[in-house]
Design a protein around this ligand. Structure first.
Ligand SMILES: Cc1cc2nc3c(=O)[nH]c(=O)nc-3n(C[C@H](O)[C@H](O)[C@H](O)COP(=O)(O)OP(=O)(O)OC[C@H]3O[C@@H](n4cnc5c(N)ncnc54)[C@H](O)[C@@H]3O)c2cc1C
Length: 224
C-alpha cells in the first residue's frame, strides 16, 4: 500500500489559530489573520483549545491523501467514515481484462498451502471475469465476481477533526490489520508535517492513557 499526503490547507496552524482566537477576541478574524502571533502562542492556544475539547476549530483545515494498492475490503471500512470525501477507482469504467490486482493478507503469505489455494482461486476468478467480458457482459456486472481482496486506488479528504476520530479508531490494535496499517502510515505523515496538531493522535491507550475496549482490549500497556 502506498500512502501519500497530496495536499492540505495552505496555512494549517494560522487557519486553526484564527478560528480559535476569534472565539475569545474583540478583534475581527481578518485582523487576527493579518497579525500573526508567535509560534509559541499559536501552539499554546491550540493545545489549550484542543485539550479542552473545543474540536470544531479543527474542521477549518483539510488533508487530502492518495492511497494506492489497498484492498476493497479495507476501503469498505474506510468509507464508513462519513465525515470525509472520497474518489475511488471505478470498476465500471476500469476493466481488468488481463490481470486484476489483489492484496494477499500476511497470514496467507506465511502459509504455503493457503497461498497456493488463494492463487488458484484468483486465477479462476480472473478467467471467469474475462470470460464474462468476452460474452458481452458489461464491466459493471462482470465485477460481481471480483473478491474483497481486489486492489483499488482512492483519494480521501478529511478535515482535521474527522482525521483525529479516524486515527483514534483505526490506529487501535482492535482495528483490522490493513486499515490499521493505513491509519499508521497517515499518522506518521501527519506527525512529521504538522506535529502540533497530530503528536497526540492515535489509539486511546497512547493518547489518553486508557483503553475503551474493556474485555476486548488487546492488552497493550497504557501510556500515561
Ligand atoms: C474496531 C472496529 C470494529 C468495527 N466493527 C464494525 C462492525 O462489525 N460492523 C459495522 O457495521 N461497523 C463496524 N465498525 C465501523 C464503526 O461502527 C464506524 O462505522 C466507523 O468506525 C466510522 O466511525 P464514525 O461513525 O465515528 O466516523 P464518521 O462517520 O466519520 O463520523 C464521525 C463522528 O460524527 C458523528 N456522527 C456521524 N454521523 C452521525 C449520525 N448519523 N448520527 C450521530 N452522530 C453522527 C459521530 O460522533 C461520529 O463518531 C467498526 C469500527 C472499528 C474501529
Amino acid at each position: 500500500m502506498d500512502v501519500r499526503l497530496l495536499t492540505h490547507t495552505e496555512e494549517v496552524l494560522r487557519t486553526v489559530f484564527t478560528a480559535a482566537r476569534t472565539c475569545y477576541s474583540h478583534n475581527p478574524p481578518s485582523s487576527i489573520w493579518n497579525n500573526p502571533s508567535s509560534r509559541e502562542s499559536i501552539n499554546r492556544l491550540l493545545n489549550k483549545v484542543v485539550g479542552s475539547g473545543h474540536f470544531s476549530v479543527l474542521e477549518h483545515v483539510t488533508f487530502t491523501f492518495a492511497i494506492n494498492g489497498i484492498s476493497r475490503s479495507a476501503t469498505h471500512q474506510l468509507v464508513r467514515h462519513r465525515i470525509a470525501s472520497y474518489s475511488q477507482q471505478s470498476q465500471r469504467f476500469v476493466r481488468f481484462r488481463e490481470y486484476f490486482p489483489y492484496i494477499t493478507p500476511h497470514t496467507v503469505k506465511e502459509n504455503a498451502r493457503a497461498q497456493e489455494a488463494l492463487e488458484k482461486s484468483m486465477d479462476e476468478i480472473q478467467n471467469l471475469y474475462k470470460k464474462l467480458l468476452d460474452l458481452g457482459i458489461p464491466p459493471e456486472d462482470a465485477r460481481y465476481v471480483l473478491p474483497n481482496a481486489t486492489a483499488t486506488n482512492i483519494v480521501v479528504t478529511f478535515n482535521a477533526r474527522s482525521l483525529q476520530n479516524f486515527l483514534r479508531l483505526r490506529c487501535c490494535n482492535r482495528a483490522q490489520w490493513e486499515i490499521r496499517s493505513l491509519a499508521e502510515k497517515m499518522l506518521a505523515i501527519l506527525q512529521k508535517e504538522i506535529p502540533v496538531l497530530f503528536d497526540h493522535s492515535g489509539a486511546p491507550c497512547e493518547t489518553e492513557g486508557r483503553c475503551p475496549e474493556g474485555e476486548m482490549s488487546c492488552g497493550r500497556p497504557k501510556k500515561n
